[in-house]
Ligand binder design. Structure first.
Ligand SMILES: Nc1ncnc2c1ncn2[C@@H]1O[C@H](COP(=O)(O)OP(=O)(O)OP(=O)(O)O)[C@@H](O)[C@H]1O
Ligand SMILES: [Mg+2]
Length: 335
């Protein structure tokens, strides 16, 4: 893709000031989040459990329950506004222009239909193919995601497959209609380590072939370093830092990002997982005003608790929301 062509710089997805609040909750669980995903690129969203990663992706897919109120200043998927699009149009867009791969494939595969029927159903719906052609496409997709004995597996039910095979089926289904954007929410966490690596390698290879953009939600910083182009770090529903993978790993600015990365163990079974920072993410009922991380931050001063820190551009394309950044200047004082 040529850099001279302004079309190629149009993001596939862009969201401005996304906010989600559940009925009765005293605070937003996603609070003013903005980001975009460029064509063919992967944006990783990282952050501890409860930071709002899944709620962000479910909001984009229009999959939150009616108890959630979703707002945004603007949102676009390719050439059309995304949030608030008519329900019927959303059914066309979902599984077609954008598709989702979930952590646990059993939650999104229907136990009473065969694998072949489920992939074919989606293809018939979105591409208008007749049943026979759709089954052919299903077979092709299973071969594409390297399911062995694909022809026999077409007639298998989800429970007859291993976890890794089910995840391959989910990926086949997600890719069957050539989506422009895939949202993968912890796609390998439920699998054992060798299978995780195989699935990630497969997703990367397929993404490179098809030029699909991806939002990858993961706890695994090793995966981020390997697969992502851009990273967005979320804490308690807000973006605390974002930038290219290289920038974030080489020059993290927010104490939360530094905590996640600094405590990343280099060996052992927890390799690459987000390690623990003292304390935990506040629930919506406990959400502090000011910086939401202040209660756990070794660098916090009283000003941190007074106002929400703005997400400021540190260097080109690198943003951080911390009034104490850069931290080097405080290291002597806090030691
Ligand atoms: N249906 C719901 N009703 C009320 N609150 C919800 C609902 N779904 C999520 N939440 C709350 O929204 C917040 C963000 O949850 P979310 O599932 O997005 O976290 P996450 O970053 O994906 O965490 P994890 O890494 O564990 O998957 C949490 O406080 C959670 O309790
Ligand atoms: Mg989640």
């Amino acid at each position: 893709m040529s850099l001279q062509n302004p079309e190629s710089r149009q993001p596939v997805l862009s969201v401005d000031n996304l906010t989600v609040r559940f009925n009765g909750a005293p605070a937003n669980v996603v609070d003013g989040v903005s980001f975009s995903v460029q064509a063919g690129k992967t944006l990783a969203i990282v952050g501890e459990s409860g930071c709002g990663k899944s709620v962000t992706s479910m909001a984009l897919m229009g999959l939150l329950p009616a108890t959630a109120t979703v707002t945004a200043s603007a949102s676009r998927l390719l050439d059309e506004p995304l949030l608030g699009m008519p329900a019927e149009r959303l059914l066309d867009v979902r599984g077609n222009r954008m598709a989702m791969i979930f952590q646990e494939p059993m939650t999104s595969l229907n136990p009473v239909f065969t694998i072949g029927e489920q992939i074919a159903e989606s293809v018939m719906r979105h591409q208008g193919l007749a049943r026979k052609a759709a089954m052919q496409r299903a077979l092709q997709m299973l071969e594409h995601v390297r399911v062995p004995d694909a022809r026999q597996r077409l007639d298998a039910y989800p429970h007859e497959l291993s976890g890794g095979m089910r995840q391959r089926v989910m990926i086949a289904m997600a890719l069957a209609n050539d989506p422009k954007l895939i949202i993968a929410d912890e796609p390998t966490t439920a699998l054992d380590v060798t299978i995780q690596a195989q699935i990630l390698a497969l997703v990367s290879a397929l993404q490179a072939q098809t030029g699909t953009s991806m939002i990858l939600i993961t706890h695994d910083l090793g995966v981020v370093a390997e697969v992502a182009d851009e990273v967005m770090v979320m804490y308690a529903g807000q973006v605390v830092e974002s930038g290219s993978v290289k920038t974030l790993f080489d020059d993290p600015q927010h104490p939360y990002t530094i905590g996640l990365m600094g405590s990343m163990p280099s060996i052992g079974p927890r390799q690459g997982r987000l390690a623990t920072i003292n304390g935990r993410v506040p629930t919506p009922a406990e959400m502090p005003s000011g910086c939401r991380f202040a209660g756990r931050c070794p660098f916090a001063i009283s000003a941190c608790r007074e106002a929400r820190p703005a997400l400021l551009e540190v260097t080109e394309g690198h943003f951080a929301a911390c009034i104490r950044a850069p931290l080097e200047q405080h290291l002597g004082a806090s030691a």
